[in-house]
Write a protein that binds this ligand. Structure first.
Ligand code: SAM
Ligand code: SF4
Length: 488
């Protein structure tokens, strides 16, 4: 997989390194119970990262703090991803390892509850408790707000499997939580605006694990964004499996799309940067494209997966657009925002993909020129139409195509990164670097940027001149007093 930065795409099954694995205290007046610790391991997409944070939030009033050490945990939650093969098997083997930790704690007379959340929980349901009896709680993505209640049931000795789809209740709960005084937050944060998907691409499990598309209301989103800004968040990435399918009734009584929402969010004081992911080409409307032209706060980066460059494969994938429509869309976007960095997802070896189909994908990549891309071998997902297609492609062919595609994308990524050398632009600093004295932030185009500077600058946007590039990161120096820069 070619990966250009430290953010994973929605659905991307890379184990994330999370803020929520660092120790933080979430206290509440109602924390009458003994202090307890939760260890949260998050797999997959940004939506899972966001959901894991929400789970730790609802556990705070129950007296939980987070821990990085599983051995110290009274509660372990695996927030899982099901987008590609072997996800469930990986969860079962991880549960095997956790069982040993649980047994060791039991020898010390300490309890350890175990929960499985996320899309594997949704897809496997009761099968998890059957195959892994150490699991006390199986909880699907729409039920996290019920975690305290379900945990209590599990502690009383009843195995809990909760995989109902009640997303309205979850969104309502998120809004109630947002109405509380904010805790101090990291400079860059996610905000879920939409969940689920109605597109039914024939390779994808999301419509089955996350359910139908549901949008949060304008009011809920704006309130949460304002509270985040008040808590020190400078950059918000709006999340959704099909984020540009978001729509809602605006305060003016009209139906708003994502573009209109971005104009509204850009009015919030202190919120300097907006992003959104992941978009479907069919839902890139004029207002959203215009927002890229008009809004200084909307960063010049767009993740717009095409999956394949072959019309017959696109049709068989049920992508609902042709390669030509994709090219025309890219032209319109680049006309509105010439400096935009484009990112993409590709699947190689979808059933029936011929050499020519694959070469059509390579040709599309050459024509568009991406700043980065994620690419995957097609994986048969049970329950999806693609899994039943009889013209599956050999693994060896998939591997060879993937390597060829990733080589091309790597060249384009390097060329894009190299084009930033000697440029000066705003970098939002987010954390300390690996080396002493180093801090790391993000460029407007989502590239990690490393600079030697004081950690006091974390949480601020500073002009940085880029001096050299590495495989995934840019290296630069501060340019104090430089005002006319992108992404300030
Ligand atoms: N909604 C986004 C879209 O339409 O492009 C993508 C969301 S999906 C959760 C993330 C990526 O995982 C997809 O874009 C696709 O490239 C990849 N993916 C999904 N199902 C897959 C499968 N069965 N095999 C290989 N890759 C898959
Ligand atoms: Fe999956 Fe297609 Fe929906 Fe994306 S648009 S989440 S790939 S079904």
């Amino acid at each position: 997989m070619t990966q250009h930065h430290d953010m994973a795409v929605v659905g991307e099954p890379v184990e994330a390194t999370l803020d929520n694995t660092t120790s933080k205290t979430v206290t509440s007046a109602s924390a009458a119970l003994q202090p307890k610790k939760v260890f949260m391991r998050t797999y997959g997409c940004q939506m899972n990262v966001y959901d894991s944070d929400r789970m730790t939030d609802v556990l705070g009033p129950e007296g939980f703090t987070t821990t990085e050490n599983m051995e110290d945990a009274d509660l372990v939650i695996l927030n899982t991803c099901h987008i590609r093969e072997k996800a469930a098997e990986k969860v079962y083997s991880e549960l095997g390892r956790i069982r040993k930790v649980k047994e060791e704690r039991a020898r010390q007379g300490k309890e350890m509850m175990i929960g499985v959340a996320g899309c594997v929980a949704q897809a496997e349901g009761e099968e998890i408790s059957r195959r892994a009896p150490i699991v006390d709680l199986v909880i699907g993505p729409q039920s996290y707000h019920q975690l305290p209640k379900l945990l209590k049931t599990a502690r009383d000795g009843t195995k809990v499997v909760e995989t109902e789809f009640d997303i309205d209740a979850k969104f309502k709960h998120l809004s109630e939580r947002a109405a509380r005084p904010p805790l101090k937050r990291a400079p860059s944060a996610f905000l879920t605006v939409q969940e689920g998907c109605d597109k039914f691409c024939t390779f994808c499990v999301v419509p089955y694990t996350r359910g139908a598309e549901v949008s949060r209301s304008v009011e809920q989103i704006v309130t949460e964004a304002e509270l985040m800004a008040a808590a020190g968040v400078r950059e918000i990435t709006l999340l959704g499996q099909n984020v540009n399918g978001w729509h809602g009734a605006g305060p003016d009584g009209n139906s708003w799309g994502l573009g209109r929402l971005l104009y509204r969010l850009s009015e919030i004081d202190g919120l300097d940067r907006l992003r959104y992911t992941t978009s479907h080409p069919r839902d890139m409307d004029d207002e959203l494209i215009q927002a890229h032209r008009d809004l200084k706060t909307l960063m010049p980066y767009l993740h717009l997966p095409v999956q394949s460059g072959s019309d017959s494969i696109l049709a068989s994938m049920n992508r609902k657009h042709t390669r030509d429509e994709y090219f025309r869309l890219i032209d319109r976007i680049r006309e509105a925002a010439p400096d935009i960095a484009l990112s993409c997802d590709f699947i190689v070896g979808f059933p029936g993909e011929t050499d020519q189909d694959f070469q059509d994908t390579m040709d599309l990549i050459r024509r568009v020129e991406f700043g980065s891309a994620f690419s995957f071998k097609y994986s048969q997902r049970p329950g999806t139409p693609g899994a039943l297609m009889d013209n599956q492609v050999d693994e060896d062919i998939k591997s060879a195509r993937l390597a060829e595609l990733q080589e091309l994308v790597a060249q384009q990524q390097t060329a894009f990164n190299a084009s930033r050398i000697n440029m000066t632009f705003g970098v939002l600093f987010e954390r300390k670097g690996r080396m002493p004295g180093q801090i790391v932030g993000k460029s407007p185009w989502l590239q990690p940027v490393q600079v030697d500077a004081s950690e006091d600058l974390i949480g601020t946007i500073q002009p940085v001149e880029i001096l050299e590039i590495g495989r995934n990161s840019l290296f630069g120096q501060l340019k104090p007093g430089h005002h006319d820069v992108v992404g300030q």
